[in-house]
Design a protein around this ligand. Sequence first.
Ligand SMILES: [Zn+2]
Ligand SMILES: [Zn+2]
Length: 105
Amino acid sequence: MIPKSLQVLGTSATIIFGGFVTLNFASTITIGALRAVTEAKRKKVAAPCGSCKGKGFYKCKLCKGNATIKWSPLYDPIFINPCLCPTCDGNRVQRCLNCLGKGFY
Ligand SMILES: [Zn+2]
Ligand SMILES: [Zn+2]
């Protein structure tokens, strides 16, 4: 038979632990909800970025969407090599520097 005092201790520990987990869970949800609300508010208030028209990215300015740039080490028109664009790494688009890719201010 289990002594009564130990049983009580076990029960209270379960309650404390359960309460802690519940509290933790609740705060996680609260923080998540708050974050979602803040983000929604920001999106509502925020004006869409004019540079990328709210997309968060625009056509790469360096390669003009070609993914490669014509680069010559000697400025010689005969030795022009197509190089992978260093700005967009061949993605043809670059992240909007105006809104840092968010699409809005
Ligand atoms: Zn590029
Ligand atoms: Zn932008």
